[in-house]
Design a protein around this ligand. Structure first.
Ligand code: PRX
Length: 636
């Protein structure tokens, strides 16, 4: 379906689904509680968030719930002390959760590992001790270039436990992207794996690491997890095997006492500038935001098997694969490989085998699996499922309804959750007891004040598209942009007093929000955020390219794909080989995640008088639409 077709279905969508009575009766938050939560949050949001914070353990209570004296640098739970790992692991060891499964991990070849809270706790303690022995101290940044393995989670928690700041780089990024992030984060220590399994192949990681570490001397410790069993070179002065450093460590370790706003992690994401920005999240506020939202949105119970299919290298993985399920004392499931391997029923096989009760995935995955029809899901017993979720990109109603009917038997509500790396936590989402409209993210959660406005900040009429803004701070919000406080400030400066998310949305008569994609120069390929400026600067690094413009064009499965328009340097001839070479070049520069669907050569690119490339015009030309669609949002 083209973009216009998709938009039409969205506009015509008027189906409404109600929750089943059983679900409402058993919900953590019933309709009455929800109504009073909305009231309290509207009237006294800080009291609302304080209640959420009181559900967790703190080493020292806060003096103030929110310090906004240096807005937009908001500080949550000022002077409070805590450590997210104390809540995610340590406290469970003293309760009946001790021998409950914390993690079920399945490798692509089918190997499985299960860790109870006690086992995970001991593994994290050993790694925490090992990192300390290697000289990693509180405040140090540790970069993790890791596939989805138990050790990935162990390393993240071990860093947090000793107060180090982890910085995950998705294994689908290239060595070059890793290098830029290592440099920006100023890391000394890198944790990686020899390789991993993906789509029936072994993907080596360590060789890419070797290449970039040779060119720098900031990183002097490289910990390598053995996963693929492939031969790798170990640099004697720098590289150590994970299994060797943890072997003799004690299974007990001190949990560092952190200030609420001490950084927990950096996570790089694409913005409108050429280089990715390191979004900073803290221990205290982040912990409250994700704990609360998992509990409310996914109605989480300790007996759940929660499967969020995101890679831990993205924010969804950080918040809802690793931290929030462990904070809740439930079981999280992590799968290493490709959803179509060895065939298109892998996800249904895993769901049935491990009794997954909540499945949280992306529209791209749903659309991809939907293409294979209903036979595969029918071959598996999916009755353990009780809730479903979607995130990362707009979901078209067709995919929503297929997910709801075919996977959820028409009984499992679909939580279409809108949020971002910057927001840290879910912001706009249905609740299990609410009405569902396929394709709508429903309403802002209690405590989240969202609105849709034009460029001047004035509210737009119902059913008109506008900019999505958040009008009050929330606990899971980023604390800063690493090394770039101006970039942080910029989120709050476009419209005074508001956080501008960068998305276009509209609101219907019932106040339901419908997300319509990005308003800025960020494209969303299969739920992965890519900055057009980043892609363009990688393209112009090629010797044949003079100028480049990248746009997102609609795609049936991936939502959007990247298309590049390129002008060539003097004397270079256009050819199919060159287009192919440019696509390969992008994979080398940024990694498989930065796939270009097509490359079109042009004599010149349309520009404004001041020389800015008019991507909007290229896109309109490409799609045969009017360029002025959302002109009220465009800058002069
Ligand atoms: O455009 C929105 C889209 O994904 C962006 C955030 O990307 P990222 O920081 O990588 O985080 C992704 C997962 C939290 C948003 O600005 N997005 C996210 N969720 C939805 C969505 N678009 C529509 N519907 C959603 N449910």
């Amino acid at each position: 379906m083209d973009q216009l077709g998709a938009l039409e279905t969205l506009l015509q969508e008027d189906r409404v689904f109600r929750p089943l009575p059983g679900l409402v009766m058993e919900a953590n938050i019933n309709p009455q509680e929800l109504a009073s939560a909305y009231q309290l949050a509207a009237h006294d949001p800080l009291a609302f968030w304080e209640n959420a914070a009181l559900e967790l353990q703190w080493f020292r209570r806060w003096d103030k719930v929110l310090d906004d004296s240096k807005a937009p640098f908001y500080k949550w739970f000022t002077n409070a002390r805590c450590n997210i790992v104390h809540n995610a692991l340590d406290r469970h060891i003293k309760t009946a959760n001790k021998h409950r499964l914390a993690l079920i991990w399945e490798g692509e070849p089918g190997d499985t590992r299960k860790l109870t809270y006690f086992e995970l706790y001991r593994a994290v303690n050993k790694m925490a001790g090992a990192l300390k022995n290697l000289g990693v101290v509180k405040g140090d940044r540790v970069v993790l270039y890791m596939p989805p393995l138990p050790e990935t989670i162990i390393a993240m928690l071990a860093c947090a436990k000793i107060g180090a700041v982890h910085c995950m780089v998705f294994a689908g990024f290239s060595g070059k992207a890793l290098k830029d992030r290592l440099r920006d984060a100023g890391a000394r220590c890198l944790i990686t794996a020899d390789g991993f399994y993906r789509n029936g192949r072994v993907v080596p990681l360590k060789p890419a690491v070797d290449e970039i570490l040779e060119e720098q001397d900031a990183v002097d410790i490289c910990v390598v997890v053995r996963r693929a069993g492939i031969e790798v070179e170990m640099h004697p002065a720098r590289d150590v095997w994970y299994e060797d450093i943890v072997r003799h460590e004690k299974p007990e370790a001190m949990t560092e006492v952190m200030e609420s706003d001490d950084p927990l992690f950096l996570l790089y994401t694409s913005g409108t500038t050429g280089s990715p920005r390191g979004i900073v999240h803290s221990h205290g506020g982040y912990m409250v935001g994700i704990h609360h939202t998992l509990n409310w949105v996914f109605d989480i119970k300790p007996t759940d098997i929660f499967w969020c299919t995101a890679d831990p290298g993205w924010i969804t993985g950080h918040s809802y694969v690793v931290y929030a399920p462990l904070l809740a004392g439930t079981t999280t499931l992590l799968y290493e490989g490709h959803p179509l391997y060895p065939q298109a029923d892998r996800m249904w096989h895993i769901t049935a085998k491990h009794g997954v009760s909540i499945l949280y995935t992306t529209p791209t995955t749903i659309r991809m699996l939907m293409r294979y029809g209903n036979l595969f899901p029918r071959q598996h017993d999916l009755t353990s499922l009780r809730m479903l979720g979607s995130v990362g990109e707009p979901i078209n109603p067709e995919a929503w309804v297929w997910f709801y009917q075919t996977i959820g038997r028409g009984e499992c509500p679909v939580m279409d959750t809108w949020w971002q790396t910057e927001s840290g936590q879910i912001m706009i989402s249905p609740m299990p007891v609410g009405l569902l409209k396929p394709g709508s993210v429903s309403k802002p959660l209690p405590g989240v004040e969202a609105d849709i406005v034009d460029r001047t900040g004035a509210p737009v009429p119902r059913d008109k598209g506008g900019l999505l803004v958040i009008k009050k701070p929330w606990p899971g919000m980023m604390q800063n942009v690493w090394n770039d406080p101006d970039a942080y400030r910029a989120y709050f400066e476009k419209i005074p007093g508001c956080y501008v998310a960068g998305d276009v949305a509209r609101r219907d008569e019932d106040g339901y929000f419908w997300m319509q994609g990005r308003a800025d120069e960020v494209i969303n390929v299969a739920g992965h955020r890519l900055g057009t400026a980043e892609l363009e600067s990688a393209l112009v690094a090629h010797r044949a390219v003079a100028e480049a413009a990248v746009i997102g064009i609609p795609d049936k499965i991936k939502g959007e794909v990247a298309k590049a328009f390129v002008t060539l340097r003097e004397g270079v001839e256009e050819s199919d080989e060159l287009a192919k070479e440019l696509k390969e070049h992008m994979k080398r520069e940024l990694g498989p995640v930065a796939e270009l669907k097509s490359v079109k050569f042009r004599k010149d690119l349309p520009k404004t008088k001041s020389g800015k490339i008019l991507r909007r015009l290229l896109k309109a030309e490409e799609l045969g639409t009017e360029p002025g669609d959302i002109s009220m949002l465009e800058e002069e």
